[in-house]
Design a protein around this ligand. Structure first.
Ligand SMILES: Cc1ncc(COP(=O)(O)O)c(C=O)c1O
Length: 399
């Protein structure tokens, strides 16, 4: 997925402009910064590139999720429905605001199953948070209509799907709010960073204050700013924003390469009739950061993984079912609610109940799934070679 693979002079130029002024902070220091406002510029570029009215940069994608939830007014005891296949950050953010992550099944889109969402709604549900995993999207029409019907917020964790779209709209800009991560391995990176995107001015103004200790940012003197509410420090630095500004300018070429490489590798894998691919609700909107494929059975998927490992071609291929970061099966720390800070016994009990539910439908999907990350550096020849080795391993297992 990563823009870091194509580091260029443009990133260095933007960073050097900041280093020359020495003003690494995004707010204040109006004189010495000599007109260099990288964070503000990147926020404007996010709005114009992805098509949203407002963007608030943050120090990470996790901070962006926490900020968006707080700005939407979600908090203690509220439930947020989110998928069993995601990154740990999704539930970390939910727990950080005192809410309950209700993890439900994914379907063959590898994102929220709308039927599972419906079943999980309770009077305490405040939001549905689809996670557009591995570059592609949830069924947004179905989720939007559920949210409308039940008066729930729709918060998109689009941290992994920069550049993806659904029916012409950028992922992350469709719900009440959406987030990207700009950490080191995302399609465009700031090194570390994230963003909250929204078309709702109130959500934006709250996000703006929340990420900077509650400052109202209305005056020119930071010391005289008022604090209409309590916030935190989730600010991005000018150095990180400078990297992001270069990367967002280069994003169209990253995405074009990603799509080209994805298409070729997928077409090679598709020569094996037993392989099926992830269902993509809007195929033209796939950002193509991963080729996600299924074997008919768990045993076959495990055997293919073993064979690729033995051949030294496993790197870049992910069997999420056994992975500690992305699938609930291995999240004992969540299921046992092992927090450092103490939670109220009632909340702890509810989190344990919500994260120990039956997710056998997800198991059936995830145990057969292998995802191959798409590199921007591959040559056509390398893709042919990689694809041929993968196909050989798969055919060997399938007999
Ligand atoms: C789905 C998802 N959500 C949230 C995050 C958190 O982003 P960050 O690493 O910038 O905190 C990530 C990061 O990988 C992610 O994949």
């Amino acid at each position: 997925m990563p823009g870091y693979e194509l580091w260029s002079n443009l990133e260095k130029e933007h960073v050097n402009q900041v280093l020359e002024t020495g003003i690494l902070m995004r707010y204040g220091f109006d004189g010495p910064r000599k007109g260099i406002w990288k964070s503000k510029e990147l926020e404007a570029a996010v709005c114009s590139t992805f098509g949203c009215d407002y963007a608030q940069l943050t120090s990470s994608g996790t901070a962006a999720l926490t900020t968006a939830m707080s700005a939407l007014g979600i908090g203690y005891g509220d439930e947020i429905i989110t998928p069993s296949f995601t990154f740990v950050a999704s539930f970390e953010a939910i727990l950080s605001i005192g809410a309950v992550p209700v993890l439900v099944d994914v379907d063959n889109t590898l994102t929220l199953d709308p039927a599972a969402v419906r079943k999980a709604i309770t009077p305490k549900t405040k939001a549905v948070m689809p996670v557009h995993m591995c570059g592609s999207m949830a069924d947004m029409d179905a989720l939007q209509s559920i949210c409308k019907e039940h008066h729930l917020f729709l918060l998109e964790d689009a941290c992994q799907s920069i550049g993806g779209t659904y029916k012409g709209k950028s992922l992350g800009t469709i719900g009440d709010a959406g987030t990207f991560s700009f950490d080191f391995v995302k399609t465009m990176t700031c090194g570390e960073g994230g963003v909250v995107m929204t078309n709702n001015k109130e959500v934006y103004v709250k996000s703006d204050g929340y990420t900077d200790h509650g400052h109202d940012h209305l005056g020119v003197d930071r010391g005289a700013d008022l604090h209409p509410f309590i916030g935190y420090n989730f600010r991005i630095s000018e150095l990180h924003a400078a990297v992001g500004l270069a990367q967002i300018q280069r994003l169209p070429s990253f995405l074009a390469t990603q799509r080209k490489n994805h298409q070729l590798l997928k077409s090679i894998l598709a020569t094996v009739p037993e392989i099926s691919f992830r269902r993509i609700p809007d195929p033209s909107g796939d950002s193509c950061s991963f080729v996600n494929w299924f074997l008919p059975t768990e045993e076959q998927a495990r055997a293919v993984v073993q064979d690729m490992k033995a051949q030294g071609i496993l790197p870049g291929n992910f069997y999420w079912y056994d992975n500690n970061w992305h699938y609930i099966r291995k999240w004992d720390h969540l299921k046992q609610v092992l927090t450092l800070n103490s939670l109220s016994p009632e909340l702890k009990e509810r989190v344990a109940a919500a994260t120990n539910a039956d997710l056998s439908a997800s198991d059936k999907i995830m145990s057969r799934c292998i995802s191959t990350s798409v590199s921007l550096l591959w040559t056509e020849e390398q893709i042919q070679e990689k694809g041929a080795k993968m196909v050989a391993a798969i055919r060997k297992v399938l007999g």
